[in-house]
Ligand binder design. Sequence first.
Ligand SMILES: NC(=O)c1ccc[n+]([C@@H]2O[C@H](COP(=O)([O-])OP(=O)(O)OC[C@H]3O[C@@H](n4cnc5c(N)ncnc54)[C@H](O)[C@@H]3O)[C@@H](O)[C@H]2O)c1
Ligand SMILES: O=C(O)C[C@H](O)C(=O)O
Length: 353
Amino acid sequence: MFRSSVALTAAVRATGVASGAVPAAGVASISSGKRAASTASGFKVAVAGASGGIGQPLSLLLRNSQYVSDLRLYDIVGAPGVAADLSHIPSKAGVSGYGKDDVEAAFADVDCVVVPAGVPRKPGMTRDDLFNTNASIVQSLAEAIASAAPNAFVCIISNPVNSTVPIVAETLKKAGVYDPKKVFGVTTLDVIRANQFVGHNQNIDPKELDVTVVGGHAGTTILPLLSQIEGAKFTDDDIAALTHRIQFGGDEVVQAKDGAGSATLSMAVAGARFTDRLLAAASGVSGIRECTFVESNVADTPFFSSRVQLGPSGAEVVEPIGPMTAFEQANYDEMIGTLGDQIQKGVDFVNRA
Ligand SMILES: NC(=O)c1ccc[n+]([C@@H]2O[C@H](COP(=O)([O-])OP(=O)(O)OC[C@H]3O[C@@H](n4cnc5c(N)ncnc54)[C@H](O)[C@@H]3O)[C@@H](O)[C@H]2O)c1
Ligand SMILES: O=C(O)C[C@H](O)C(=O)O
């Protein structure tokens, strides 16, 4: 009743991460530091930044995904240790860890690379303040993907997403391997926050919701379309307060962690949900529609997060934004220039002289 018009529940049940499904018990066949050979049907998935605050719980969740047969953990520090730890969790799937100099081996022929590598915010910082450090990290990882896994899906978590996704796209273009259907900015945390905050406001189970959140992933560029939630009834004050909380939910966590980083556990759940659904769609499960930041022409910027129909080739159909209220349109009009500037900043970074 309250859901957006999507086949959400079926998709959740079909994928497994959300329900914590673990494949049948077996002996982990791969020890850390070695290249994995798949022992179960599924996809080869690499996590870049696997030892970090997001990387570890995300890898744990992906370890339990029915769609992952070979999990490669890459980080400049600590990945073999994380892989050794995960390898003791019963699964037929392989898991292996790779250090600083082994990025090519980590990514070799994988089907999907998920990237939570890079520094997180501290209180008082914007996501854009991370650009100077994270732009180079993401660019170098994109170069390795272009070389070792040119056909892989690439799921970018590293901030500022509004700029790091264009950096990946431009880097892959330069290498001649860019497929716009395969590069995704992971904005799922905005969606799960919206589900949680709206669910409590409307007194319904947040797990029954799948709020459409469009735009980008930074402050006012995050635009939840609360008017598109079927059956919900909001006051104008609710809409203003919920919209602001969804836009600035990241700041709540940064402030509460008080210098120790930003959202990690909720992001791991969001990253695992997106990856699992992408892989489910790639394996032939139909009807999967997720909000994600992709190249498209549905808005006035070359990249935009909106609902995307996922399939074997990736982003198969980018759906239009749909009807917006005057409040939502005003928010869109106010932020779209900023979003365009942040995208252009990423493009310029790669194409600088
Ligand atoms: N998209 C989102 O919704 C979202 C949500 C939360 C955090 N983030 C972003 O995710 C990133 C990671 O956050 P975190 O809390 O996990 O940070 P973290 O510092 O805990 O972990 C980052 C990891 O990246 C690794 N790393 C650094 N350079 C690397 C490289 N060149 N190759 C491989 N690994 C490298 C580090 O060694 C570290 O283990 C940040 O940029 C943060 O802003 C995005
Ligand atoms: O807020 C941050 O810096 C991390 C992340 O983008 C979030 O939305 O929690």
